[in-house]
Design a protein around this ligand. Structure first.
Ligand code: PLP
Length: 420
């Protein structure tokens, strides 16, 4: 996390935008520390979806009012995502979720591959950035998997360099780990991939709520993320360099357009949720304007928002790590050294003695503290850390609507659990 400027972050204003944060559980205020599996949504998004149904509910490209409004809704959501990624609108593809998009893209790229061609994946990734590429083994494509350094749960870059070769056609790497929070040096990895003549695919699902993405400076070929992880609706969004979206051929029905990006959007989209994607990006921009009223366009507003939230989240993370380290028998996975916080985001996993993570999550849940237990589909990592057979880990996800008070409540509840 790279927050350097001292922007004022108005947590009270931010929380007011999220109606669900008022939820009570057994007399306790709900503490949503479950963001990595899906964040809460601001009221602006709910209004946009309602507005779609009231005034723009029709299929695309009809010669009448509601259809034209729907076309405009989709056009404006594409423009919002283009600002979010820093690309052109025609490089944005909407889809059901990251997993479905990645399987479809892998199938389309796979059509062009031959046996002996290679794809590089990693042990740190969610299985949605592994299984779609492994499915190409059926065609004889060889999959090479990059290991991690177990001590700090970072990618082993020496191993990565060994695995990339002239046979590599694509490198698939996550921007940030949804289990241990590690942020990968994806710009550097993109250079390595390109030097070998391979395409670079980035899974930015976990990074998107924590840091602003810039596909131009990354120079990646594809990048995918899921709006429901950054305060939006349950959908997925792909960025693809225009030349690639035009070159690769998606599986599609004959009457559908051959023009990208729509050629990649199979069947009728969940248009009401696309309206919500535009609203989610606009919410983050509104937050940015609230932090720094001098910003000009939407991209600048997004930059201001992430500058402020990164600094805020880092403070919460420090508090969480210090509190956890004071509890005997807690084993944190990943980077804990504050000097290296720019290599991680505010998602943290740990184990407490030999307790099953589900037991802890249940104890916390009864006190209104929502955390996740298990492997979160980061199966390779869970196996590599040797926790898969023991219920995985307990994961705490901190996003900008969480508070220091929630972190303190979590720590107090964990101390109570540990002392039982
Ligand atoms: C890092 C990461 N990649 C991919 C996915 C899959 O995303 P989706 O649910 O949109 O298919 C997730 C979901 O948890 C994730 O955290």
């Amino acid at each position: 996390m790279h927050g350097t400027e001292n922007k004022i972050f108005d947590i009270a204003w931010a929380r007011e935008q999220f109606p669900s944060l008022k939820l009570q559980v057994n007399g306790h205020a709900a503490a949503f520390l479950d963001g990595p599996a899906g964040t809460q949504v601001p009221k602006q998004l709910m209004d946009a979806i309602q507005n779609y149904f009231v005034s723009a509910n029709a299929n695309t490209y009809g010669a009448f009012l509601t259809s034209r409004r729907n076309d405009e809704t989709i056009r404006s959501a594409r423009a919002a995502m283009a600002d979010f990624f820093n690309c052109d609108s025609n490089e944005i593809v909407f889809g059901q979720n990251m997993t479905t998009i990645t399987f479809a893209l892998a199938r389309a790229i796979g059509r062009e591959l031959k046996p002996v061609d290679e794809i590089v994946v990693t042990t740190l990734d969610h299985d949605a950035n592994v299984a779609p590429w492994r499915a190409l083994e059926e065609r004889g494509v060889v999959i090479r998997q990059v290991d991690i350094r177990e001590t700090d749960c970072t990618l082993d870059l020496d191993d990565l360099k060994r695995k990339i070769s002239a046979r590599t056609k694509l490198v698939a790497v996550g921007y940030a780990s949804n289990m241990v929070g590690t942020i990968n040096p994806v710009a550097e990895i993109t250079k390595l991939a390109h030097a070998a003549g391979a395409l670079m695919f980035i899974d930015a699902v976990h990074y998107a709520p924590h840091g602003l993405i810039n596909v131009k400076t990354l120079d990646c070929d594809f990048l995918v993320c899921s709006p429901y992880k950054f305060f939006g609706p349950h959908m997925g969004t792909l960025y693809g360099k225009r030349e690639h979206l035009e070159k690769f051929k998606p599986y599609k029905v004959r009457p559908a357009t051959n023009t990208s990006p729509e050629s990649w959007e199979t069947g009728t989209q969940v248009q009401e949720l696309i309206a919500g994607i535009g609203a989610a990006v606009d919410y983050i921009a509104e937050l940015g304007r609230h932090c720094d009223p001098s910003v000009k366009g939407r991209r600048e507003a997004l930059q201001a928002a992430y500058r402020a939230t990164q600094q805020y989240e880092t403070a919460l993370l420090s508090r969480l790590i210090a509190g956890l380290q004071a509890i005997p028998d807690v084993r944190i996975f990943g980077i804990t050294d504050a000097k290296r916080f720019d290599e991680r985001c505010s998602t943290l996993s740990f184990r407490l003695g030999n307790h099953h993570p589900t037991e802890i999550a249940t104890f916390l849940g009864e006190r209104g503290i929502f955390t996740w237990d298990g492997n979160f589909y980061a199966l390779n990592l869970s196996e590599r850390l040797d926790v898969e057979q023991r219920g995985g880990v307990l994961r705490v996800g901190l996003v900008h609507y969480n508070t220091a008070d929630e972190v303190d409540r979590l720590l107090a509840a964990l101390r109570e659990f540990a002392s039982l």
